[in-house]
Design a protein around this ligand. Structure first.
Ligand SMILES: Cc1cc2nc3c(=O)[nH]c(=O)nc-3n(C[C@H](O)[C@H](O)[C@H](O)COP(=O)(O)OP(=O)(O)OC[C@H]3O[C@@H](n4cnc5c(N)ncnc54)[C@H](O)[C@@H]3O)c2cc1C
Length: 410
């Protein structure tokens, strides 16, 4: 096997939303940047498609919004809850500016768009099918790059700074020895698709019931469905005949049960192990972790992509100017990224933990039963637009919004 050496100013490991956005921002700002992505392309299983206003704002600041609008997508202005006695709008983007909707767009198209934007910049280098396998250190223990492997063998990438964006299973995080604070989650999620007919309801919504909950994302020609199950029960569930699963979900659908026949094998049902965790410290000399690698989020609110993008923007703003110069990189800058992004991460995780403990855990503890009736207080509150704006603002626009200050040069 060959062993080759490359040198770059900044090596980003992971071509997900955090890594690709950071790569584009740094390259646009004139930094020599190398992004490693272990897969051959971005086309993977469903892994989150909600593009919130905070991300739309970043795309707009980068001049990429028009290109994003060309991706097949669905715009949602309201998120509904479906109760036994009717539907209720719980999140409402109408009246919010500058974006009064959230977009549902395939993540692989979004990442392709970022890759294309990166390729326009001379300093951007994207290595697909290249997997980082280990951190490299100097005698003082400072991270100096990564070892990786691609189709041609072993590769060493020497870098002044390594940024780990390799997601919730981050191998660099495991190797760094940084301490993780993990918070339990009462649920896991089974994801599957159902065909959508023109006569179907037109919204995206959640349907809470005794012992279970179904979330249905309207993707125009299909429904992307999330069925919540008790933590750790996924494998047992998948040992049952598929019909057991179909029968559990069917009563929560807003249309005939036979549509579940479209789920024709357990292969079509993907398990997401929900977890909430975060690093106590996001950096070491020569190394920074952002996105899911620094903090895995619950799917509540669909914030994972958007928080990862906000981390990337903050990182580029805070580190970009120093990375653009030739001198030795100053590690004292790294805590600033963590300081900036710690609060938004904590606040959203806190809200997710409260929702999980106070609402979802209680639901899933019951035996499977009917849709819940509308809570009277919720019915009353949901009449007010300001109340429906709260989730739209908190999840959609986020806490401490980041604006592109480094990397908006095209
Ligand atoms: C089934 C599912 C549904 C979800 N639903 C939503 C949703 O509706 N809305 C939402 O906002 N979020 C959702 N999420 C979460 C969201 O996808 C993540 O929070 C978000 O993608 C995090 O971005 P990231 O760039 O930090 O990490 P990731 O998206 O995980 O990207 C990490 C990248 O690193 C690559 N990689 C990993 N290890 C290496 C290595 N050693 N070398 C090179 N490359 C490597 C991976 O292939 C991947 O491309 C969902 C996640 C899943 C799994």
């Amino acid at each position: 096997m060959n062993s080759r050496r490359l040198r770059t100013r900044c090596c980003i490991v992971g071509g997900g939303p955090a890594g690709m956005m950071l790569g584009v921002l740094l390259a646009r700002g004139g930094v020599d940047v190398t992004v490693l992505e272990k897969h051959a392309d971005f086309l993977r299983d469903f892994r989150g498609d909600t593009v919130h206003p905070s991300t739309l704002q970043v795309l707009s600041e980068l001049g990429l919004l028009e290109a994003f609008h060309r991706i097949p997508q669905r715009r949602e202005q309201q998120i509904l809850a479906r109760f036994a006695d009717g539907e209720l709008p719980l999140g409402d983007f109408r009246g919010l500016a500058p974006f009064d909707y959230l977009a549902l767009a395939p993540q692989w198209d979004f990442l392709d768009l970022l890759a294309e934007a990166g390729r326009q910049c001379p300093g951007f280098s994207l290595h697909m099918r290249t997997e980082a396998t280990a951190l490299q250190h100097d005698q003082r223990g400072r991270v100096t790059g990564v070892a990786a492997r691609d189709g041609d063998g072993e590769l060493h990438i020497d870098a002044d700074l390594v940024i780990a964006c390799d997601g919730r299973q981050s191998i660099l995080r495991a190797q760094s020895g940084l301490e993780i604070e993990a918070f339990g989650a009462p649920m896991d999620v089974l994801w599957f698709r159902l065909p959508r007919l023109p006569s179907d309801p037109d919204h995206t919504y959640g349907a809470p019931a005794r012992g279970r909950m179904l979330v249905m994302l309207n993707r125009n020609d299909y429904w992307q469905c999330a069925y919540l199950i008790r933590k750790g029960s996924g494998d047992a569930m998948r040992r049952h005949p598929l019909q057991v699963f179909r029968d559990l979900v069917a009563p929560l659908l807003p249309f005939e049960a036979s549509r579940m026949d479209a789920v024709d094998s357990w292969e079509a049902v993907k398990l997401l192990e929900v977890r909430i965790d975060r690093l106590r410290q996001w950096h070491l000399p020569g190394l920074l972790l952002i996105g899911d690698a620094a903090h895995a989020m619950s799917p509540i609110g669909g914030v994972g992509i958007n928080l990862a993008i906000q981390d990337a923007v903050a990182t580029a703003n805070l580190l970009g100017p120093a990375l653009r110069t030739d001198g030795e990189f100053d590690d004292a800058l790294l805590p600033r990224v963590e300081q900036r992004r710690r609060l938004p991460t904590r606040v959203i995780q806190r809200i997710q933990r409260i929702a999980q403990q106070r609402i979802i855990a209680g639901l899933l503890d019951d035996a499977p039963g009917d849709l819940l009736p509308t809570p009277a207080l919720l019915r009353w509150l949901s009449r007010f637009l300001w109340f429906r704006h709260i989730p739209a603002r908190v999840f959609g626009y986020g806490i401490r919004r980041e604006h592109v200050r480094f990397g908006n040069a095209r």
